[in-house]
Design a protein around this ligand. Structure first.
Ligand code: DGL
Length: 268
């Protein structure tokens, strides 16, 4: 990787989850500028209808890119990417990188031949997710579970508000209670919020499993795509939210803690 690489990446999610991806990008390429954007006005994506998200995503992506002026736009959200990546690409004139549930590496890692997929209800019901399973996990049993409760708990934990461990046990239990669930040895964290609660999930598992997420792969892809662009030196560290700042004290505080000091509202 070239140390001369510059330019700016805008990492986007519905809320705090994409910060786990921004962190991976910053760790891999500390010399590129990274801004962060959260569509907090439309959070959570995982329980929105497909039609509503298809309409919202190109609009919000366009508005955010107009203010942040990135060279590459990263949708650090499985729920959005598995539905509306083509629509967002069509709306922007810069490269767009999506987030794909890490089904392929999980299928390669499993020894029991049974993997779990923990995501939002939206990602769980997507045709795109079913295609990924068919293409990369044929011969492997994949058990899916969608939970908005876990997304909300991740935001609470990230903002320093304690959540009883028992709530994590209850929220992830259906994955392991499903038929064949006791065979799961590898779990795809197919929501970018879930690495924020990796410890809590691990502490309340009914059996030993490996967690796999897409953060590092997205970071590598981002650096690769950025290095193919004509870019110039830029400064990052700004965050953008789509709801009033004073209604977003927790999100603002967490963005700052992840290094995005200047948090501003973009009305969409
Ligand atoms: N972080 C998002 C994902 O990866 C979803 C959170 C939400 O439901 O808004 O799917």
């Amino acid at each position: 990787m070239s140390a001369n690489l510059n330019g700016k990446v805008l990492v986007f999610d519905s809320g705090m989850g994409g910060l786990t991806v921004a962190r991976e990008v910053q760790a891999l390429a500390p010399f590129i500028a990274v801004d962060y954007a959260a569509d907090s006005g439309f959070f959570p994506y995982g329980e929105k209808s497909d039609a509503a998200l298809r309409q919202r995503l190109p609009e919000v992506a366009k508005a955010l890119c107009q203010v942040a002026r990135p060279d590459v736009f990263v949708i650090a959200c499985n729920t959005a990417s598995t539905l509306a990546l083509p629509e967002v690409r069509a709306a922007l004139d810069i490269p767009v990188i999506g987030t794909v549930p890490a089904i392929k590496p999980a299928a390669q890692l499993t020894r029991t031949g049974t993997i779990g997929l923990l995501a939002t209800p939206g990602t769980v019901r997507r045709a795109y997710t079913a295609e990924l399973i068919e293409d990369f996990a044929s011969g492997v049993r994949v058990i899916l579970h969608g939970s908005i409760a876990l997304v909300r708990m991740a935001e609470q934990v990230a903002s320093g508000h304690p959540v009883p461990l028992e709530s994590f046990r209850i929220a992830q239990a259906p994955l392991y209670q499903a038929e064949g669930g006791d065979e799961i040895d590898t779990v795809v964290l197919a929501c970018t919020h879930f690495p924020l609660i990796r410890g809590e999930l691990a502490a309340t598992l009914p059996q030993a499993v490996n967690f796999v997420d897409s953060g590092e792969a997205i970071a590598r892809q981002t650096v690769r795509v950025l290095s193919e662009q004509k870019t110039s030196e830029k400064t990052g560290g700004n965050a953008w939210v789509t709801s009033p700042i004073n209604a977003q004290a927790r999100l603002t505080e967490v963005c700052r803690r992840f290094g995005f000091a200047d948090v501003n509202q973009v009305a969409v």
